[in-house]
Design a protein around this ligand. Structure first.
Ligand SMILES: Nc1ncnc2c1ncn2[C@@H]1O[C@H](COP(=O)(O)OS(=O)(=O)O)[C@@H](OP(=O)(O)O)[C@H]1O
Ligand SMILES: Nc1ncnc2c1ncn2[C@@H]1O[C@H](COP(=O)(O)OP(=O)(O)O)[C@@H](O)[C@H]1O
Length: 211
């Protein structure tokens, strides 16, 4: 199994590096956990339902004895990525770091549920490129801008319309609708429970939930 696609060497700031292999294989970790691992990458507008869906799915996986962990934009930006803002280059670095973090979780044999707007198709493709086939599923959390703005769970759209939040995705910054997502969850069509059930059944059918 190809577990380590490496980024191009010219992108490293350091030289004279050696890759150290673990004595524990991916298959060892799968056997220990009783399931495989995968990154579920949730992308969508603010208010589309990424966080709600991510944490509901995490809870259901937990109930089924499956190890998973949510990486959520709002949370990560208060810790690991607190040095980053919302300019395009900051978003790119945000997504790159989360892609690398997600890869560590998958290497460790866990499911990672990454909930980030991740508006740029190129940034999302770069993350996908860091994973071996089958280790990464892009999930488009689909919801119209109109409905996201109606929900406005944090009052951010209102502020963005008033001009107090610059570079706000969907209002004053772009969102690239995924071209070929692996899965689509339309949160205007399906309830939260239906969406979680759908994701669980997809993981089951794709044979991730056993060894
Ligand atoms: N300018 C601007 N644009 C978009 N979002 C903003 C902005 N400022 C703050 N927020 C809050 O930050 C959350 C998005 O962070 P992400 O790390 O997911 O963004 S990105 O992927 O780097 O585009 C986003 O969370 P979600 O609403 O859960 O998507 C907002 O709560
Ligand atoms: N079918 C649905 N799936 C997920 N969230 C929904 C759904 N219907 C309504 N909502 C609501 O939409 C809002 C989505 O907010 P949130 O999960 O923070 O989105 P995001 O993380 O994409 O910004 C929440 O208030 C949630 O209760």
């Amino acid at each position: 199994m190809n577990t380590n696609p490496l980024p191009p060497a010219e992108s490293y700031k350091s030289s004279n590096l050696t890759w150290h292999r673990s004595n524990v294989t991916r298959e060892d970790r799968y056997r220990l956990n009783g399931h495989k691992s995968c990154a579920l990458w949730l992308t969508g507008l603010s208010g589309s339902g990424k966080s709600t869906l991510a944490f509901a799915l995490e809870k259901e996986l937990y109930r089924r004895g499956v190890s998973s962990y949510v990486l959520d934009g709002d949370n990560i930006r208060q810790g690991l990525n607190r040095d980053l803002g919302f300019a395009p280059e900051d978003r790119t670095e945000n997504i790159r770091r989360i892609g690398e973090t997600s890869k560590l979780f998958v290497d460790a044999g866990m499911f990672v549920i990454a909930a980030f707007i991740s508006p740029d198709e190129g940034d999302r493709a770069s993350v996908r490129g860091r994973f071996a086939g089958g280790e990464f599923l892009e999930v488009y959390v689909k919801c119209s801008l109109q409905e996201c703005e109606r929900r406005d769970p944090k009052g951010l759209y209102k502020k963005a319309r008033e001009g107090t939040i610059p570079n706000f995705t969907g209002i004053s910054a772009p969102y690239d609708v995924p071209d070929k997502p692996d899965l689509v969850i339309d949160t205007e069509q399906f309830t939260l429970e239906e969406s979680v059930e759908f994701l669980l059944s997809e993981l089951g059918e794709r044979d991730y939930l056993n060894v």
